[in-house]
Design a protein around this ligand. Structure first.
Ligand code: CO
Ligand code: CO
Length: 286
């Protein structure tokens, strides 16, 4: 999916899912545009919904979807969690050894690559530190940026299939505009053959993001913007003081699907077949 996207100068958006509603929103937006997408569910999401329940929902949605839907474990730091998700049927995992020293990150990532590849699962790893917390909007300053020569050595030694690079993004929605180091990205791209991944894209301006995609970024992670749409829809529904749970769910799905659709289109997805009548058949938000 990532190699094909990169060859077409597109990127696949990867959305963090926490619930049935966010899962449905992302998968339906992708199906509507007939565009590939990745749904991410990792430790942060499992805290609220449980690994087994959320994974079952996401995997079922992916199987039933009218589009290619990857199911990805985001920011795993422990081997047992990687193994559990491979066992459940995830199509890819991210091992985040960015808090370790270089050699320990190489060792952990190599181990994950060996086990994942044996199961037909592809692996994303991270080098450099992407600042901020994955599940909250508060952001911190810039982390340590990815050194190109280190990235080259890391990918060669670990055999990872995709590499998350730190080029200035932060997790969450930052309070000041994020400036990507596109020169650094270009240097990394010249030395690293695998597709590159950007985390924390919510605060990045469109022009910069598209320039990064043109420079070999094939996966872009979104979390904060979808969460914001989710909570916004819930807030509106609560003000109306209704006890109609389904109406609240549908409002949340519609709000998140609109965000997912925007991102899919922005990153070059959306080969809409005008002769298709799936819109008329669809009951859910589109
Ligand atoms: Co991340
Ligand atoms: Co549609």
């Amino acid at each position: 999916m990532l190699l094909e996207a990169r060859a077409q100068a597109r990127a696949i958006p990867a959305f963090t899912s926490y619930t049935l509603e966010s899962t449905r929103a992302v998968v339906e937006a992708a199906a509507c545009l007939r565009s590939p997408v990745i749904v991410q569910a990792g430790s942060g999401s499992f805290r609220g919904s449980s690994r087994e329940m959320l994974a079952a929902a996401v995997l079922a949605a992916a199987r039933a979807a009218d589009a290619a839907v990857g199911v990805h474990l985001d920011h795993a730091t422990q081997l047992p969690e990687v193994r559990a998700c491979i066992e459940l049927g995830y199509s890819s995992v991210m091992i985040d050894g960015s808090r370790l020293d270089f050699e320990s990150n190489v060792a952990l990532s190599s181990r994950v690559v060996a086990e994942s590849h044996a199961a037909g699962v592809w692996v994303e790893a991270e080098l450099g530190a992407i600042a901020g917390d994955e599940d909250v909007s508060a952001s911190t300053g810039r982390g340590e940026l990815t050194a190109p020569w280190r990235a080259e050595e890391f990918v060669e030694r670990t055999g990872v299939d995709a590499l998350a690079v730190a080029i200035g993004t932060v997790h969450g929605i930052p309070d000041r505009p994020v400036v990507l180091d596109l020169g650094l990205l270009e240097q990394i791209r010249a030395l690293v053959p695998v597709p590159l991944v950007i985390h924390g894209a919510s605060g990045v301006d469109t022009e910069q993001l598209l320039a990064a995609v043109a420079l070999g970024v094939a996966k872009v992670n979104y979390n904060a913007e979808l969460r914001r749409a989710y909570i916004g829809a819930l807030r509106t529904a609560l003000i109306q003081d209704s006890d109609d749970v389904v109406a609240v769910q549908l409002a949340a799905v519609a709000a998140m699907a609109a965000v997912a659709r925007d991102k899919l289109l922005l990153l070059g997805g959306g080969h809409v077949d005008v002769s298709s009548n799936h819109h008329r058949d669809q009951k859910g938000p589109s």
